[in-house]
Design a protein around this ligand. Structure first.
Ligand code: SF4
Ligand code: SF4
Length: 572
């Protein structure tokens, strides 16, 4: 009565038991355990055959292991006269010494135990007494069925996916997955496993069509990778699966949209037209709160920022930069959101960089970073956008490239992977990637931490964006910057690094998952007691600010770290 019933409360268990036993069961845990024991022991003692699954199988000795907390596994293996083991070839390790690692990792990762209550091991058939009076003995019937059904060898042959076999089924990735926490295991509809790793196993072992649907549930937040006992890169494999699906069965609508975004001139023209056409929805306000008809779902629980009247690229050259004897020149990679929506945020980035002695330029040949294309598995458009930006940014002219969007920065770092090593494009991509930093990291590295600020008291909490924390591994720098600002009282919120539910187009395509994740984030923000939420991602800014606006919460502001620094230091 531990893991298999984890999603049921004691009342639901009592109802289930009442249905099954036809006797009224009370929702009292100790009584429920007694019922389970009574009913199941009867089954164990009268069964002709017990069937077990293995957590590990040792090739050298032929020993199979089952780790349990309930003890039922041992009943299955000892009471019936026939014992059958069924397990996949991936459960094999070479020696008993290798099995040790799994004994340690599985319970610690799965249920935070040092060891499970039972570890049962069987090396072939044991001798049992069949008649107590005559002391007659015989060997039990013991069989192992080792599964190597179509799919398992295929995984071994796929370099991008073979690490699936490192999975020890500890379930830790499910515990931390924001999508799984909402939808639960049944949605994955698979009888192999659920969550991100379940998606991969479903693809290879059950059905490619089913996996193609459920892989969409993944937000690409990367939390699963952080805790994986087998060291798997689950989100990367899901991304590879998306690429495979996009190549083999492209989604026409997604492809059409991504083709439009990767055409820089066309996309920018569309945004300029939208900035004019949006007037009927914004009604002069900075936020779009209601969209009509079939678009109405998009503004349910979240408002949208209006597109800027004048994009950053049109007025960047007018931003005054008073930097005497500059230490260097930084190129800003604005990304779509700073270029066409959060233009004031770009002003703050420039002011901050100027304040530590660097001039900032905006190369106008830049386009969308390609992150949406990569996220949807469209490597063709992602590569096209990489080429545009490598040529447009001309990284060789600058000391650094700064981006105030961690998803863009992460994407810039991926550029070398699109090209053959030693080619000209690879070298230019590498130079761009090596010089590209996210704002808070670069500002921190260039000496931005100083005890300055207007001293006005403000209580700030921080939301970690997924790409910044888990892809770029930046989590301390922005906190140092904020904590060293005079007047700032810094408080952590609960689950500060849980996804806000934005995930780019995810929040539009899957509002039923995105909205409750945002709700939880807002609850954590409110409970922190802060009056400002700091963050470093314009996507998270859009999601959280829009969520607070839709709920009429106007006493909590959402700001990018660059804006807070610029405001508190009187730079803008
Ligand atoms: S990347 Fe995030 S959403 Fe996707 S499977 Fe991992 S934890 Fe879940
Ligand atoms: S993928 Fe990793 S965390 Fe998830 S069940 Fe397998 S070993 Fe555990």
């Amino acid at each position: 009565m531990v893991l298999p019933a984890l999603h049921l409360n004691k009342e639901q268990v009592a109802d289930l038991f009442t249905d099954y036993t036809k006797v009224k069961n009370n929702p009292i845990i100790s009584e429920e355990v007694k019922t389970a024991r009574r009913v199941m022991r009867d089954k164990f003692t009268h069964a002709d055959m017990g069937v077990s699954g293995a957590n590990v199988a040792v090739a050298e000795t032929g020993t199979v292991f089952t780790m349990t907390n309930e003890g039922n596994g041992r009943m299955v293996g000892t009471l019936p006269s026939i014992h059958l083991y069924v397990f996949g070839i991936e459960k094999f390790v070479k020696s008993l010494s290798d099995a040790r690692y799994i004994f340690k990792a599985l319970p610690r990762n799965g249920t935070a135990q040092r060891i499970t209550s039972y570890i049962s091991m069987y090396t072939g058939a044991c001798e049992v007494t069949t008649d107590k009076e005559t002391d007659e003995k015989r060997k039990k019937d013991f069989y192992c069925v080792i599964l190597d059904d179509p799919g398992r060898r295929e995984i071994l042959a796929e370099p991008d996916f073979r690490e699936i076999f490192h999975c020890i089924r500890c379930g830790a990735c499910l515990d931390v997955c924001p999508a799984f926490a909402l939808v639960g295991g049944h949605v994955y509809g698979s009888n192999v496993y659920t969550g991100g790793i379940g998606t991969m196993l479903t693809h290879f072992l059950v059905s490619e069509e089913r996996a193609a649907k459920i892989q969409n549930i993944c937000l690409q937040c990367g939390r699963c990778n952080e805790v994986c006992g087998g060291g798997l890169h689950i989100s990367d494999m899901i991304m590879k699966l998306r690429e495979k699906n996009m190549k083999e069965k492209p989604d026409a609508l997604k492809k059409f949209a991504l083709d439009a975004v990767s055409d820089r001139k066309l996309f920018h023209s569309m945004l300029r037209i939208a900035s004019v056409a949006q007037g009927m929805f914004t009604k002069g306000e900075p936020m779009i709160r209601h969209l009509p008809m079939f678009l109405s779902g998009m503004t349910k629980g979240r408002s949208f920022p209006a597109i800027a009247q004048v994009p950053l690229r049109d007025f960047f050259h007018t931003i005054k930069q008073d930097v005497k004897n500059p230490k260097g020149t930084i190129a800003i990679f604005a990304g779509c959101l700073l270029d066409f929506v959060y233009t004031d945020l770009a002003r703050a980035v420039v002011a901050d960089m100027n304040s530590i002695g660097y001039k900032v330029e905006m190369p106008l040949g830049q386009a969308c970073c390609g992150c949406p294309a990569t996220n949807m598995g469209d490597t063709e458009n992602a590569k096209k956008e990489a080429e545009i930006n490598i040529k447009g940014m001309e990284a060789e002219k600058y000391d650094y490239i700064v981006s105030a969007c961690p998803s863009c920065t992460h994407q810039l770092h991926l550029y070398p992977t699109f090209f053959e090593e030693e080619t000209e494009m690879y070298k230019r991509a590498k130079e761009l990637a090596d010089k590209a930093y996210d704002f808070c990291k670069l500002f921190y590295e260039l000496g931005g931490v100083t005890e300055t600020g207007d001293g006005k008291p403000v209580k700030i909490t921080y939301h970690d964006s997924c790409h910044l924390k888990r892809s770029l591994r930046v989590s301390k720098e922005q906190r140092e910057l904020l904590k060293n600002t005079k007047g700032v009282e810094f408080v952590e919120m609960n689950d500060c690094d849980n996804c806000c539910g934005f995930g780019g187009s995810y929040s539009l395509l899957y509002p039923e998952i995105s909205a409750p994740i945002l709700e939880k984030k807002i609850q954590n923000i409110k409970e922190s007691g802060a009056n400002v939420v700091a963050l470093d991602c314009p996507g998270c800014l859009m999601q959280i600010k829009g969520g607070l606006d839709a709920r009429g919460i106007d006493d909590i502001k959402v700001k990018h770290t660059a804006e807070i620094i610029a405001e508190k230091r009187g730079l803008i």
